[in-house]
Each structure stands twice: as structure tokens, then as C-alpha cells.
Design a protein around this ligand. Structure first.
Ligand code: CA
Ligand code: CA
Length: 286
């Protein structure tokens, strides 16, 4: 099953990879439940991001709270990702499609976003996403994970729909000498919901020397806008520096409250109708 899925994924990535929109990865295998995030434990997510003190009320979510949700899924393998735009497309209509884009904030275009199978940047089996400053001086790169809808027929992306209630990504090997990384979570109207930061070289196991691994994560409740997209912004020093992103977590698309109520009402009506039909039969059988 795994081989079939991988083959299909590679086939699609190969077929569509040359298109201007980049690679399209169809129905990647999803993990859920305990250890869906960082199942290997090889790169311990030992630093909790600081939430910035700019008045944003929503704080980082924990790995345990996300894994406890029955609507939470994780992509662990990014095989097929190329170095520009990548789209994950699900045939399951309850799941948002996901588009990954990379923006070179500083001048020189020598960062990457493609898949890497290096153990040093993975928190799970299968490839992670590699981001690298390949040479030269300080650089900043921003990558975006947008939850939306992809239409395969017209090859078009709509990022203004399918916002969700929780999302996460692992950041791996923010090595000493690197500067920092921040994640910003946004609503569909562009409102900033939460901003979280990790600082390089502050590993909890080996302070001052170890590379930082951390989890950027957010859960919103009914009083907060849903998550439409989030950005990860990384500041690199000069020289060759690489970080990994792995285990992209997200929830199913929440059902609108009105539809949920109609659904409950409909079930009650069906049940009532069935009870009305079966009650006489049950009575007669006695
Ligand atoms: Ca992985
Ligand atoms: Ca979106």
C-alpha cells in the first residue's frame, strides 16, 4: 500500500512538476493520533516557542493537545516537493488542500524548499522540507503554508476558503550561529492571529551549543478567527546553513454551525420517521 501510494505520488509529481505552478502531490499518506508529530523522537522538539508580547492573545498549542484531536492529521513525507511551489491535493472533500510557497525576502535566490531525506532534518520517516542559505551573507526566507482549495482541472488555487482550527509544523536544526525563526498565523482577511518565535542555539538539552528543534503550533477556539495560512520566516547568517521543516499538521475543515444543526435536525427527522414506521411493527410482534 505504501509503495503504491509512493509510486502514484511520484508519478503525479513527475507529470506536473514541470508546470509553472510547481509540483502537485495527490493524497499523501496521513498520520493521526499519539506520536503523529515527531514519531521518531530523533530530533526532540525540546523548545516551546515564545509567543510575542504584541497583544496577541492566542498562545502556542502543545503536541499532546493536537494529537488528541480526532480531526487532526499530519503529513510526514514530502517526497516529490520541488524548490518553488508545491500543492498537496486531497480527494477527501473534508480536508483542506495545502499550498507551500517560498519567498526569497533577501536578494539572492539560493534557498531551497525541496524534499530532503537527511536524518538531520527529519522528525519522521520519509522526506522533510529543506530550507538552505547556500552562500554569502545574511539572508531571510519566508515560506507559506496556505490552506485552501486546488482545482486540478484548471490548475487553479483558491486560498480564500477552507480555513481550519489548528495547524502545526516542526522546525528542525536551527543551529547555533543561526539567528531565529518565527511563525505567524493569519485569518482569511489577513488578520494576524498568533506570532511565535524560536531562537537558535537555545536547545534545552545542551544550552548554548545544541541546535534548536521546536514546534510551531496553534489551536483556535470559537472566539478566534480560523487559520487561513501561516508563514515561517527564518533569518540565516552567512555561509551554508540548512534547517528542516517536517510533520505538517492540520485539521479537517470545520463544518459551519448551521449545517451541523441542519444535520442534527435531519437525523432527528429520519429517526422520528423510522420510529413511527417501526413502532407499530414492534407493537404487533408482541
Ligand atoms: Ca518526514
Ligand atoms: Ca487559506
Amino acid at each position: 500500500m505504501f509503495k503504491i501510494t509512493t509510486t502514484l505520488t511520484l508519478l503525479l509529481a513527475t507529470t506536473l512538476g514541470g508546470h509553472a505552478q510547481g509540483a502537485v502531490i495527490a493524497d499523501p499518506t496521513l498520520a493521526s493520533g499519539p506520536n503523529a508529530i515527531d514519531p521518531a523522537g530523533a530530533e526532540t522538539l525540546d523548545q516551546t516557542p515564545a509567543t510575542t508580547s504584541d497583544g496577541l492573545a492566542v498562545t502556542a498549542a502543545t503536541e499532546a493537545s493536537l494529537e488528541a484531536r480526532n480531526d487532526f492529521r499530519v503529513v510526514q513525507n514530502f517526497t516529490g516537493f520541488g524548490n518553488t511551489t508545491n500543492t498537496i491535493h486531497f480527494t477527501d472533500p473534508t480536508l483542506p488542500d495545502i499550498r507551500f510557497t517560498r519567498e526569497q525576502v533577501s536578494a539572492t535566490p539560493n534557498d531551497f524548499g525541496e524534499a530532503t531525506s537527511s536524518d538531520g532534518f527529519n522528525t519522521s520517516a520519509g522526506a522533510a522540507i529543506r530550507l538552505r542559505n547556500n552562500s554569502g551573507g545574511n539572508k531571510t526566507t519566508r515560506v507559506r503554508f496556505d490552506f485552501g482549495s486546488y482545482d486540478a482541472g484548471s490548475d487553479t488555487w483558491d486560498g480564500s476558503v477552507n480555513a481550519i482550527s489548528a495547524a502545526s509544523i516542526n522546525l528542525i536544526n536551527l543551529s547555533p550561529g543561526m539567528v531565529s525563526a518565527a511563525a505567524s498565523f493569519y485569518a482569511e482577511d489577513g488578520t494576524l492571529i498568533s506570532q511565535q518565535t524560536l531562537t537558535a542555539g537555545t536547545d534545552a538539552d545542551t544550552p548554548g551549543s545544541g541546535a534548536t528543534d521546536g514546534l510551531f503550533a496553534l489551536e483556535v477556539d470559537g472566539s478566534t478567527p480560523l487559520i487561513s495560512y501561516f508563514d515561517v520566516r527564518i533569518v540565516y547568517p552567512g555561509g551554508i546553513k540548512t534547517v528542516g521543516l517536517d510533520d505538517l499538521g492540520f485539521t479537517a475543515i470545520p463544518e459551519p454551525a448551521s449545517l451541523a444543526l441542519i444535520g442534527i435536525g435531519g437525523l432527528l427527522m429520519i429517526r422520528r420517521g423510522r420510529d413511527a414506521r417501526t413502532a407499530p411493527a414492534a407493537f404487533l410482534s408482541h
